[in-house]
Design a protein around this ligand. Sequence first.
Ligand code: PLP
Length: 453
Amino acid sequence: MKYNSEELKRLDKQFIWHPFTQMSDWLSEEPLIISRGEGNYLIDVQGRRYLDGVSSLWVSVHGHQREEIDQAISEQLSHIAHSTFLGLSHVPAIELAEKVIEITPRNLVKVFYSDNGSTAVEIALKMAFQYWQQCRKPRPSKTRFISFINGYHGDTIGAVNVGGIHLFHRLYKPLLTESIKVPSPCCYRCYLGKEYPGCQMSCLSDVEEVMERHREDAAAVIMEPLIQAAGGMLVLPPGYTKRVRQLASKYELLFIADEVATGFGRTGALLACELEGIEPDLMALAKGITGGYLPLAATLSTQEVFDAFHGEYREKKTFFHGHTYTANPLACAAALANLKVFEKDKTLEKLQNKITSLSEGLRSFWDLEHVGDIRQLGFMVGIELVKDRDSKESYPFEEKKGIKVGNEARRRGLLIRPLEDTIVLMPPLSISHTELGEMLHIVYESIKVVTEE
Ligand code: PLP
């Protein structure tokens, strides 16, 4: 190593601006610098090992340094690292597209590549907009989007436009042609003051009312199927997503499923849409697509959407969109290997027991006085900490309880990253039962220490 750990820390603070990070805090704290990964662990420059409790931000599927994926990348590297996808094609992208279409809902037939979740979403939004401008019976007034409070679709401007997280999105309002927002179906803090299942999901009538009102000026509705992830791991009531999909069809809106967080096994199924038998018009995939190795994303479309972009060159119906690293061959090779490992390891089959163990392990967390809610969908968990369980009163923002729990867990050898005061657990699907137990133990102790201090 060119620099020792102290020099690296100094240089990081001198030169780097980190994402979603208050840099004043960063500069006054001890930065953690990772040097390698091994299975479900990350190892820092001083050789300390940490269990990767959030899969390196929701991407790692089979763990780090998985031999088959490493090899696939090396093998691809011996052919070519990158060639443009504008006007050319290449082998791994073709093989991957065939595979992706095989494993996703039947009505999705085309793959448009990009390189991260936000771009996958931007592309879906632009496709939906353009579809209505040039489909067989154009509806040029359909230009807006319906999206959910507490929804999150990325940080680029188009994605922020359909985002609904006050903390992240509020400031950028003047930049946006804001989307039409519908309430979050968050049961813990139901805006109607009702309880599931007695409520019979009556919040859906508000969604329907908005869709009906905007059927002439809205192009699409976008949502994260089954769980609003970055919004605080808010698990939607069963059947809710499917109903929104049906309403979208009823009011002639395209339905965009953002599976960036939920895709590739996170929910216990390969895709969340499978759990409710949903066929979206457009789907955004990213994060776990390469097993957490390289940046790659895909926006999938139906034949009908695709057909609206056909025409004579002079008609200018082309989808004028593409990124320099679209369909990077190394990333496509990694994604193909990732999908092969799913089959070889029977990842989804083995996951089911681990999901049950996770649910069982989480039960004891109710003993902790400041645990307000525990939400779980497959391998996606949110433990919401509150100042007062009865009133559901949150801690003051500046108390940084979630961050403190994260810091405490780190001292104990586990890396997690909260969403405000919701402690997020998203371990790699490859985590062992023993490691799962270790993770839960550390999280329990960390919450206890921080909330009882
Ligand atoms: N959509 C969802 C549902 C996400 O959870 C995220 C990221 O967390 C994104 C989109 C944005 O993905 P990226 O960070 O790769 O741009």
